[in-house]
Ligand binder design. Structure first.
Ligand SMILES: [Zn+2]
Ligand SMILES: [Zn+2]
Length: 449
């Protein structure tokens, strides 16, 4: 069955339904023949009205089959446009939606099996309690990236990464590898705010999100509430990126993470990441325990001769390498970030080793060594209290009620190369804040029109 349609730009959202009756023992296939860009999603809704899986129109894996037992009956293939289609893209689409019997399935061997793979988030292959290195912001050919499952494995081996979280735009990347993968996606309704959502066990409830919302700000609030209820981790991505800054308002109480290093360094990114760090310190000053994270946001393995994945790398202290244990480490802020720096860390409190993100009272020492000389700052309650230059040293301070202390390493050009989440004590929240309150205080105000 061929499904065609034309998107408008006059409505806030566009919804297109295409129905297909699936017989018992048959599989659904989808081929994208012609389509505009990636933010438009294709949602497969089973006869009970449950959204079974979501893909995007710009995926480079343009052919799909659903490999689980398909409930026979009437399926709805729903397309959702959440933002205007940029003028460089065509507004019309054409899809081939069909059903095939098991006997005919072999003819579709090149099709990607959407549900044949799913990560067991409790499975681990390393039971050592230690820091695991990974990249938690990457795009594969499941949305607008170029990397295949094999590319991810190859590049991880090269970069010494031990886990990944592929964060494709609006879709869950159902890879199943021997390497631990944190299930995640990047919620990308348009270019005015992206959020990574970690720990998902199902597709985005895209239909209810948009059908019950007047606009994207409202849809975002619904999403944040839904995700908070389901105990997932949400990060504010590249908050000051010039192309897609976080420019919509939302309540900060449903946010657990903020990206303080996104993508490799360039002149402009130094400023962007520094604004993100400023936002980070302000959040903590107001009692918001929102931990810093980072990721390469790589769409390809190599750009202009530079290997992208793993820059920056997030190091997560976890009991083992199961995705649930890694998620727990990220949630608790037992993490630090490095951008192409070999770095080792030991934080000591009362003769015991502790991890970033720990709540303690009293004296704390940071024992640090790195393979390059950096400018190091110890930052207490948002202000630098001590600075050192070099490769190996010890910092020391005392934590009292309401204090938070973090350590960072920078180049001479003020580029952040090492970020460590704070050690803190009894943070007190004042009045409830929104994201725009933070932007107001920084004085740089990207706002969605
Ligand atoms: Zn993004
Ligand atoms: Zn991204």
């Amino acid at each position: 069955m061929k499904a065609n349609g034309l998107f408008t730009d006059t409505n806030t959202f566009d919804f297109f339904d295409h129905k297909i009756v699936v017989e018992k023992g048959h599989f659904l296939t989808l081929e994208i023949l012609k389509a505009p860009f990636e933010h438009i999603t294709v949602n497969f809704i089973n006869p009970e009205g449950v959204c079974f899986f979501v893909t995007t129109l710009k995926t480079r894996l343009q052919n799909f089959k659903l490999c689980e037992n398909i409930t026979p009956g009437e399926w709805t293939i729903k397309l959702i446009r959440t933002c205007p289609v940029p003028s460089k893209y065509t507004k019309d689409y054409s899809l081939e939606i069909d059903q095939v019997s098991i006997e005919k399935l072999s003819e579709y061997k090149d099709y990607y099996s959407i549900r044949s793979a799913s990560t067991d988030i409790h499975k681990f292959t390393n039971s050592t309690q230690k820091y695991y290195s990974g990249d938690i912001h990457l795009h594969t050919n499941f949305s607008d990236g170029r990397m295949t499952e094999q590319d991810l494995l190859d590049i991880s081996r090269l970069r010494g990464l031990e886990f990944l979280a592929p964060t494709d735009h609006n879709v869950w990347t159902p890879f199943n590898t021997s390497m631990p993968l944190i299930p995640a996606y990047e919620y990308t309704p348009d270019d005015f705010g992206h959020f990574n959502i970690y720990g998902i066990s199902e597709d985005l409830p895209a239909i209810s999100l948009y059908e019950n919302s007047k606009n994207l700000t409202e849809a975002l609030q619904h999403l944040l509430k839904y995700r908070a209820k389901n105990d997932l981790l949400i990060s504010i991505n590249h908050p000051f990126c010039s192309m897609c800054p976080s420019a919509r308002n939302f309540n900060l109480k449903n946010i657990q993470l903020i990206e303080v290093i996104n993508s490799p360094s360039s002149e402009t990114e130094i400023t962007k990441n520094n604004y993100a760090l400023q936002a980070f310190d302000l959040l903590w000053s107001h009692g918001y325990k929102i931990f810093g994270v980072g990721g390469s946001d790589a769409h390809r393995t190599i750009v202009k001769g530079v290997v992208r994945p793993g820059n920056p790398t997030i190091h997560v202290f976890a009991d083992n390498n199961a995705p649930v244990a890694l998620l727990q480490g990220i949630k608790n802020g037992h993490t630090y970030l490095t951008s192409n720096v070999d770095f080792s860390l030991k934080i000591v409190h009362q003769n015991k080793e502790i991890q970033p993100g720990t709540e303690v009272l009293g004296d704390v020492q940071w024992h640090v060594s790195s393979d390059i000389s950096l400018h190091w700052n110890l930052i207490k309650n948002g202000s630098i209290i001590s600075s050192k230059e070099g490769m190996e040293f010890i910092f020391e301070t005392n934590l009292e009620k309401g204090d938070f202390v973090r350590l960072e390493g920078r180049t001479k050009q003020n580029e952040i190369k090492v970020f460590m989440n704070p050690i803190y004590n009894s943070l007190q929240k004042g009045k409830e804040l929104t994201w725009f309150n933070i932007l107001d205080q920084i004085g740089t105000n990207p706002r969605a029109i």
